[in-house]
Design a protein around this ligand. Structure first.
Ligand code: PEP
Length: 244
């Protein structure tokens, strides 16, 4: 991965036609050097379309995947299937998987291991709920979510962390620069070799102060990544702030 990294999580949005139009606009408006700092995570159904439109200029991620190579797992997608589509990375442990679909830490750990063992890169999401933050448990929760990392051994270099406070995702409530600096600082102390993205209501009007933190290596962007001009503004602001 190339940092700063601006990662778009399209969630359950974008038909193939919409994805094609977005990618055409993105490549028309951004130079190749800047595109190399971009990652897009389309829904599974648009991965092939995005991969063929962007032809290697942008990294492509899936939004989740299963840990087994194949088998009786209805509704799941394997790492081998994603590699076959030209995917480079997989988002694992996103808060919507953990909290809306009730994926346990055990399942998330299996998925993470499956991804890095397949040779794919993992964007591993960690973050606390509002209730956990308000009861002073932020770092205990993060510690439990980080537990699988030391056991990955040399495959740890295939991990990018994303700090995504659950209370800031899709809510319009962005964490303060002080809150982001505190958590990112702690994550960097714990895993000095890992890049850490921030995610949670990132927009073109708040990215400058977030990206100016040296412990922030980029952003994972949901809602604001669906409009190409807004996403472009976030990319441009970040690259300027980081001196790229
Ligand atoms: C996300 O889905 O990872 C995310 C951060 O969403 P949003 O930017 O919409 O808060």
């Amino acid at each position: 991965m190339k940092y700063p990294l601006l990662a778009a999580n399209w969630k359950m949005n974008m038909t193939r036609d919409q994805a094609r139009t977005f990618c055409r606009d993105l490549t028309a408006k951004l130079d190749p050097a800047s595109l190399s700092h971009v990652l897009i995570a389309p829904p599974y159904t648009a991965i092939e379309t995005v991969a063929s439109c962007l032809s290697g200029s942008v990294r492509i991620a899936a939004q989740n995947c299963h840990f087994a190579p194949n088998g009786a797992f209805t509704g799941e997608i394997s790492t081998g299937m994603l590699i076959d589509l030209g995917v480079n990375a997989v988002i694992i442990g996103h808060s919507e998987r953990r909290h809306v679909f009730h994926e346990s830490q055990d399942l998330v750990t299996h998925r993470l291991r499956g991804v890095v063992e397949s040779g794919l890169h993992a964007i591993y999401c960690v973050g606390e709920t509002l209730e956990e933050r308000e009861s002073g448990r932020t770092f205990d929760v993060l510690e439990a979510q980080l537990e699988p990392l030391p056991n990955l051994g040399s495959a740890l270099d295939k991990v990018t962390l994303a700090y995504e406070p659950v209370w800031a995702i899709g809510t319009g409530k962005v964490a303060s620069v002080e809150q982001i600096a505190e958590v990112h600082g702690r994550l960097k102390e714990r895993f000095s070799s890992l890049a850490v993205l921030y995610g949670g209501s990132v927009k073109s009007d708040n990215i400058r102060s977030i990206a100016s933190l040296s412990s922030v290596d980029g952003a994972l962007i949901g809602g604001a990544s669906l409009k190409v001009d807004e996403f472009l503004a976030i990319i441009r602001e970040t690259l300027i702030v980081k001196g790229v």
